[in-house]
Every structure is written in structure tokens, then in C-alpha cells.
Write a protein that binds this ligand. Structure first.
Ligand code: ATP
Length: 254
């Protein structure tokens, strides 16, 4: 069954479409095999969350939008799962907040970076960073720390969906403001983030862009007020409470 063959009224429609996109990503060389494992972990947490955006995650998405609009050099980091699951939405987010797109892979190969950059261009991106590899995130083994000098290395705010915990900590140590999208509130990366968004990136990426377009005319003071009103610990706690206190019924997509 391909993505277009999944019947839209299937009770697990969204989940099946997501799986097909990741499978297709692996087949075309965009997503790594480890990406399949990450997808499985994410799917389990999304199931427990009821496959919905919590009000706390929506507030986080708004704080992320305000943070990005107030940034001097924002960068949206793209890995193989993000590229497979939400390429057009990611390009649209970068456009909405005037951020650079940078391909940044845990399992880095030049070939995969090129494929992902091409894939993003097919979905409307102009410039995609990540191929220069002339910068570094200090404190990591070389291959894990390669970034572009005029991209992530120079950024003040980075959006890192599904970032590995070590790299999230190393980016934090560089003084970056981090916006992490991750379905597991117990993972180290959202715990390190200034703005953790506990939501499926498929929902979170377009939601941040929608908030950014809504906040487009806001003054610096108004953006600051949105950022200051956000409480990262409260957002993590609300997601954990939703997971632990959920009804454990099969979510449907109606
Ligand atoms: P850390 O090193 O931060 O503790 P981890 O070891 O828990 O992270 P991985 O094993 O790399 O992380 O798993 C990938 C992470 O990505 C999981 O936390 C999973 O919930 C999350 N994830 C996977 N798919 C999605 C998705 N579509 N949207 C949001 N988060 C996702």
C-alpha cells in the first residue's frame, strides 16, 4: 500500500501515512535506518498523547514563533526524518520566520546531505546549507559536530527537531537558544531546550509557521512578552501528565 492508497477514513490514517513517508525516505536515501527506530519511538509517544497537539504544545509553538521572529540569525536544522515527513512545511516555516535551512545529520554522509538538500529544493527551498561543513559544534566527536560556519555555527536561535541529546547539550553550551520538537518529554534534548515543543513534528512545524504569520506584525516588546510568558518546565510537565494520565484508548483520526 502506498501513501496515496491509504484510505482517508482508515482509523489509523495519519499514522500509516507517516510510516509510508519514512519508508519512502529510507528507500530514496533521505532517511537513515536509525530514522526508522526514532520513528517507532515517536509513534509510541504520540499514541500515548492521543495524537493531538496539547494546549501546552500550542503555547510552546507560539513561543517558538516569537523567538524565531525576534532572532538575528535563526536556522532550522533538517535531518532525514524531518525531510521525509514534512519537507514543504519545513521550507514554509523557514520562509515565515526568515530563517536559513541547514541539513544536519547525526549519521552524516555528503551523499545524504545532497539528497536532502535536493529534496528540500524540490519542495520550494532556495538556498540549503549543510554542504560546506566548514564549522563545528565544539565538544563533540568530529563527524557529529560538523556544521556550516555561516549556518548553525553563527546562529543565535536554532530549531532542532529530533535532536540527539548530546548535540542538544553541546549547542546549548555554545549559547544557542534552542527550540526542540520531540514527542518524548523525558528525552534529554527537550529538557535542554529553551522552548521544548512536545508534539509530532508533522503537526508542530506548520503550527509554528501559522503562529509566526499571526505574529508577523508584532513589535519587539510584544514578541518578548510572548517569549517571557512561556514556561518550559510547565510545558514538559503538562506533556508528561497527559501521557501518564491518558485514557489509553486507540486514538482515532476523526
Ligand atoms: P536523547 O538523546 O535526547 O535522550 P533519545 O535517545 O530519546 O534522545 P532517539 O533514540 O534518537 O532519542 O529517538 C528519537 C526521538 O525522536 C524520540 O524521543 C522520539 O520521541 C522523537 N520523535 C520521533 N519521531 C518524531 C516525530 N515525528 N515528531 C516528534 N518527535 C519524534
Amino acid at each position: 500500500m502506498t501513501e496515496t492508497e491509504v484510505p482517508e477514513d482508515h482509523p489509523r490514517y495519519a499514522s500509516l501515512v507517516t510510516r509510508h513517508r519514512i519508508e519512502a525516505g529510507v528507500e530514496t536515501g533521505i532517511t537513515s535506518k536509525q530514522g526508522l527506530i526514532a520513528q517507532g519511538r515517536g509513534e509510541a509517544f504520540d499514541y500515548l498523547l492521543g495524537e493531538r497537539t496539547l494546549p501546552s504544545a500550542d503555547r510552546a509553538a507560539r513561543a517558538a514563533a516569537a523567538t524565531l521572529l525576534a532572532a538575528d540569525r535563526p536556522v532550522v536544522s533538517v535531518n532525514g526524518n524531518v525531510a521525509a515527513l514534512a519537507p514543504a512545511e519545513t521550507v514554509n516555516l523557514a520562509d515565515a520566520v526568515d530563517a536559513d535551512l541547514e541539513v544536519n545529520l547525526f549519521n552524516h554522509t555528503d551523499e545524504r546531505v545532497r539528497r536532502i538538500a535536493d529534496h528540500l529544493r524540490e519542495h520550494g527551498a532556495d538556498e540549503v546549507k549543510g554542504l560546506a561543513g566548514d564549522g563545528e559544534i565544539p565538544g563533540l566527536e568530529h563527524a557529529r559536530g560538523v556544521v556550516d560556519a555561516d549556518g548553525i555555527e553563527a546562529a543565535d536561535v536554532v530549531v532542532v527537531p529530533l535532536e540527539d541529546g548530546d548535540r542538544a547539550a553541546a549547542l546549548d553550551a555554545m549559547g544557542k537558544t534552542e527550540i526542540v520538537i520531540d514527542l518524548n518529554p523525558g528525552s534529554r534534548s527537550p529538557q535542554t531546550a529553551d522552548v521544548p515543543i512536545i508534539d509530532n513534528l508533522i503537526r508542530a512545524v506548520p503550527n509554528i509557521a501559522a503562529h509566526a504569520r499571526d505574529l508577523a506584525g508584532a513589535s519587539p516588546e510584544e514578541l518578548r512578552a510572548v517569549v517571557d510568558a512561556f514556561d518550559a518546565d510547565e510545558a514538559l510537565g503538562a506533556a508528561e501528565a497527559a501521557i501518564r494520565g491518558g485514557s489509553f484508548a486507540t486514538p482515532d483520526n476523526s
